[in-house]
Design a protein around this ligand. Structure first.
Ligand code: PLP
Length: 436
């Protein structure tokens, strides 16, 4: 095959209509602050913090510098039976902001790997305690937990499941929490806590003692920012505790300030047993995922093995990669120094008001939002998702990046955005929606 610098063909792009994209490619060549720049010289406001991973915006020199220096100093250390300083440093920094007693951090390379790891830690924990009969998992409709077989098994989004029928058995789904009565609710819907009773019913049907863990995104992100009804997460917590089920919060999107608190767990005042995270742990600058577990889970698994033995037969070649840890440490330092989460909390009110000012647009079916994230849901035209996919492309050429899943666009600007930037974002959206 001849080498052709202009060929787009060989790169099979993920979650992309490849043929369509390659006819009219949208190539980002640079990022700075709140903006992307494309190959035609266009300037694009990043309205979704890329894929919700860049709360500090793009092109932060301190992060790049830290990665550069790390690679010159120590490019790679196997994480099995060896360590390097950055891994311990980052684990401590993350553990400091997770709710107590989630003080032990296991590193992976993505949100999907974090989910697989959480599934395996839950299995190991129960087995170690002599409760190996807990083989079932509970998840929820409209859930997104990444794309590995574990996450696909937990997933509640039809397109991510229907092709892949050979997934993990024993996963039962609760209903999702969106209800037409909630349309245009800003923040937590008042009604809907009773949907948590689905978990109680699943316990009654399958036996609570056969369930290892219940996985939920505190705010379902990818499916279009479904904010939990008041009392819903609290009730899930109660039922899990009552039946000895581990509650897992997938905070891959909600972690690191998106809700205005370090994690959604703190924003909603509900402490899970395990949390998964990724994305903003490195401001998206290096691939990384992480799993925070309660002290009791760590000590149960670790103390059960002979002192000289491996306790958990799990890990990735690139767990705690030095470059990712360097990026992670640099990012946590910025979060601290710039009070990034407090800034997000302060801007949330303005952002939510601005987003909900679009309420009068005829083409919108719903707006939802909490903290520095929200969703606009378009009234569908044609097949579900067809309009959303087209609209995302049109927005790009109009100078705005907003990630759409189906007909819901997830609006989640970087926390460095000021009021005037939020105005620009909403103005771009309003003008485009007007023409729909
Ligand atoms: N979990 C949640 C809640 C997510 O939103 C995502 C990605 O958007 C994932 C897991 C998967 O993360 P990754 O794409 O890094 O594997």
């Amino acid at each position: 095959m001849e080498y052709n610098t202009n060929s787009l063909e060989e790169n099979w792009m993920p979650f992309t209509g490849n043929r369509d994209f390659k006819k009219s490619p949208r190539i980002v060549v640079r990022g700075e602050g709140l903006y992307y720049f494309d190959h035609k010289g266009g300037k694009i406001f990043d309205g979704s913090s890329a894929l919700f991973c860049c709360p500090l915006g793009h092109g932060r020199k301190e992060i790049a510098q830290a990665v550069h220096e790390q690679l010159l100093q120590n490019d790679y250390t196997p994480p099995f039976q060896l360590g390097h300083p950055g891994a311990f440093d980052l684990a401590q920094r993350v553990a400091r902001i997770t709710p107590d007693p989630l003080n032990h951090i296991f590193f992976a390379n993505s949100g999907s790997e974090a989910i697989d790891t959480a599934l395996k830690i839950a299995m190991a924990y129960h087995r170690t305690r002599g409760e190996g009969q807990r083989t079932r998992f509970v998840s929820r409709e409209r859930a997104y937990h990444g794309v590995n077989i574990g996450g696909t098994s937990l997933a509640g989004m039809v397109k991510n499941r229907e092709t892949f029928t050979g997934v993990m058995p024993g996963v039962v789904h609760m209903r999702h929490t969106w209800d037409p009565k909630q349309v245009f609710t800003q923040g937590q819907p008042k009604h809907g806590a009773e949907l948590a009773e689905d978990l109680a019913r699943i316990c009654e049907t399958y036996g609570g003692s056969t369930i290892a863990a219940c996985f939920v995104e505190p705010i379902a992100g990818s499916t279009g920012c479904l904010v939990p009804p008041v009392g819903y997460l609290e009730r899930l917590r109660e039922i899990c505790t009552q039946h000895g089920i581990l509650l897992v919060f997938d905070e891959v999107i909600t972690g690191f300030g998106r809700t205005g608190a370090p994690f959604a767990a703190q924003a909603f005042g509900v402490t899970p047993d395990i949390m998964t995270m990724a994305k903003a742990i490195t401001n998206g600058c290096q691939p990384m995922g992480a799993i925070a577990v309660k002290d009791d889970i760590y000590t149960t698994i670790v103390d059960a093995a002979p002192e000289n033995a491996i306790e958990l037969f799990h890990g990735y070649t690139y767990s705690s990669h030095p470059a990712a840890c360097a990026a992670g440490v640099a990012v946590q330092k910025i979060y601290d120094a710039e009070n990034t989460f407090e800034k997000a909390a302060k801007m949330s009110g303005y952002f939510q008001e601005a987003l909900f000012s679009l309420k009068d647009m005829d083409c919108l079916k719903d707006i939802r939002g909490y903290g520095m994230m929200g969703a606009i849901e378009l009234k569908p035209k044609g097949a579900p998702g067809a309009l959303g996919t087209q609209f995302q492309k049109d927005l790009f050429w109009r100078g705005l990046h907003v990630k759409f899943t189906g007909d819901s666009g997830i609006v989640a600007p970087a926390f460095i955005a000021e009021e005037k930037d939020i105005d620009i974002l909403i103005d771009l959206l309003r003008k485009a929606l007007k023409e729909l």
